[in-house]
Design a protein around this ligand. Structure first.
Ligand code: SF4
Length: 238
């Protein structure tokens, strides 16, 4: 719809008042361009009404709520099992992810698969996404304003998924989600809560590629993560 709004605006500039566009149609296209919709006179953010992950994905694909919308190739919504108990969250897409529209592809993605296999999990068992859905240029850290704009989409994803547990990958993801400056070492040492869901922290696979010495502590983290997950399932009888 934002395409439609841009088209209307362009046509108005070209043809001025000789072009008649129904005000109601223009109004609705303008709202849609901002990701808004109007139901019975009340304006709401369209994506908040999504009833499934695929619907939400389609609704935010043209998002321009922060400047990253200008430079991205693709919104990287996330992939995986829509009925997953486990959600894995990184900070933001990298260059490969931006190109393919999928999180954790390339070497870091392959390593993530191996980490999951170490605790008898497959990629199809989990849902994988990032805090930011668009790539920050040069892979810089997310800005607070970008997180503020984009994190509500993550909240909505979690509301739709209703996972039992979250694994945050890397210092930036963990610090951003938990609103803390604590070190990764400190954050790995305990179980946290995000949006009411238990959350554990480990290294980002891209960091492990740079520093293989961190593979051992990562292995230990995911063993603890698996044990907590099994414990939660045992408690709720699933
Ligand atoms: S990063 Fe998030 S808020 Fe910013 S344009 Fe992309 S989807 Fe929209």
């Amino acid at each position: 719809m934002s395409e439609l709004y841009r088209y209307f605006k362009q046509q108005k500039q070209l043809h001025g008042d000789t072009l008649y566009i129904d005000e109601e149609v223009l109004h609705r296209a303008a709202l849609a361009a901002q990701g808004l919709t109007e139901v019975s006179g009340a304006v709401t953010e369209t994506w908040k009404t999504a009833g499934s992950l695929s619907e939400l994905d389609a609704m935010i694909r043209e998002c321009m709520n922060c400047a990253l919308g200008e430079s991205r190739n693709n919104v990287v919504f996330g992939v995986g099992n829509p009925a997953a108990d486990i959600v894995i969250i990184g900070e933001a897409p990298g260059a490969e992810e931006d190109k393919k529209g999928e999180p954790f592809v390339g070497r870091a993605g392959q390593l993530l698969n191996k980490i999951l296999e170490a605790v008898q999990l497959k990629r199809e068992d989990v849902f994988i996404c990032n805090i930011l859905k668009c790539r920050p240029p040069g892979n810089r850290d997310p800005l607070a304003s970008e997180v503020e704009q984009c994190e509500p989409y993550l909240h909505k994803q979690l509301a739709l998924l209703q996972p039992k547990i979250i694994l945050a990958l890397g210092r930036i993801a963990a610090q951003t989600l938990l609103r803390t400056n604590a070190s990764l070492t400190t954050l790995r040492a305990s179980v946290h809560t995000y949006q009411g869901i238990p959350l554990m922290v480990t290294y980002h696979p891209a960091a492990l590629l740079r520093n293989p010495n961190w593979k051992r502590p990562t292995w230990e983290d995911v063993q603890k993560f698996r044990a907590l997950y099994d414990n939660i399932r045992a408690q709720d009888g699933s």
